[in-house]
Design a protein. Structure first.
Length: 328
């Protein structure tokens, strides 16, 4: 890694620590930063142990893990498609995971564990479908994005159909999940997600060398000995696995996979996928968005997906303004 990328990663890590301390210390039970540290080290009182370790830390852990997974997944697909819009929530993989989870909730009445399995299965099936439809003597980035946008529109229609035809109770439960919420998330969600990412993240990092070469174009990558379609399919599977694991834990959280890699790349000014800076940036965005969503509406807890959608809208507006300024 270049020196600037290391510095950016350290800066993002420091920002995560600052926001994490604020998230663990503020709420109905106020805990000062020194008491938060003492509690994390096992020297807290009964009330700080309850507030920090039982109520807030599991939620923060889920936020960090979900953000890191979405950031890395977005970096994989943007690098793979050589397109800033090539994130899993744009090309349909997030909606595929959402469809899988909704089917389990609304049709089969599944538990949290089976909803997670449905989300992962939905994401992988969608990825295979998009890959097959985009195949035309190989898969090109622009075609992958266009096919993915079309599949995404179809899946959104299916999701709305499932919600409209569900009972009020099931529809309410599904709506909370599909909005992308960290409410009531605990160690039951954090620990399985952590185990999944322990397997997925090394698999993504193992394919980083292929991503760098594929960004140069298929002909250049093939001349360097890269198995084009095999490596692309491998990266597609591990990228979808990261996105699906995050969606299974917290529901579909919009725009993080789109914005985190681009923000990280602008900070590092480095070529390549910037996988680790994108992971740090994604973790920071979700943690900060959840911290804001819990406090912006008073006693009403907004889903974190609403905060990230607002953030993503501002980011897209800024990108469009900048592009217009550079072309005018």
């Amino acid at each position: 890694m270049r020196g600037r990328a290391v510095a950016v990663s350290l800066g993002l890590f420091a920002a995560i620590v600052v926001v994490l301390m604020a998230a663990l210390g503020t709420g109905a039970i106020q805990v000062s930063p020194p008491d938060v540290v003492r509690t994390l080290l096992g020297n807290g009182s009964r009330i700080t142990n309850f507030a920090v370790l039982e109520l807030r830390l599991p939620r923060a852990a889920v936020a960090l893990l979900v953000g890191a997974a979405l950031g890395m997944s977005g970096a994989v697909f943007q690098s793979l498609s050589r397109n800033a819009l090539g994130s899993p929530d744009i090309i349909g993989f997030t909606y595929g995971s959402a469809t899988g989870g909704l089917l389990v909730i609304l049709v089969f009445g599944g538990t949290a564990a089976t909803v997670s399995l449905g989300a992962v299965a939905g994401g992988l099936i969608t990825a295979i479908l998009v890959y097959v439809l985009a195949w035309q003597k190989g898969v090109r980035g622009a075609r992958l994005v266009l096919i993915g946008i079309g599949v995404s529109a179809i899946l959104q229609s299916i999701n709305f159909y499932l919600l409209v035809n569900a009972s009020i109770t099931d529809a309410g439960r599904a709506t909370v999940w599909i909005a992308g919420s960290l409410n009531n998330r605990g160690w039951n969600e954090a620990i399985p997600l952590a185990v999944e990412l322990v397997l997925i993240i090394p698999a993504i990092l193992a394919g980083a060398k292929w991503l760098k070469m594929l960004e140069m174009g298929d002909e250049a990558a093939q001349s360097l000995g890269v198995p084009i379609e095999g490596s692309r399919l491998y990266l597609l599977v591990v990228g979808v696995a990261a996105c699906a694991a995050a969606t299974a834990a917290a529901g579909p959280i919009a725009f993080v996979a789109l914005t985190a890699p681009q923000l990280a790349k602008r900070l590092t000014r480095a070529t390549g996928p910037n996988l680790l800076p994108a992971a740090w940036m994604g973790a920071l965005l979700v943690l900060l968005a959840d911290f804001t969503a819990q406090r912006v509406a008073g006693s009403t807890l907004l889903p974190v997906g609403a905060a990230t959608a607002a953030l993503g809208g501002v980011y897209l507006g800024w990108v469009l303004y900048r592009n217009r300024a550079t072309t005018s």
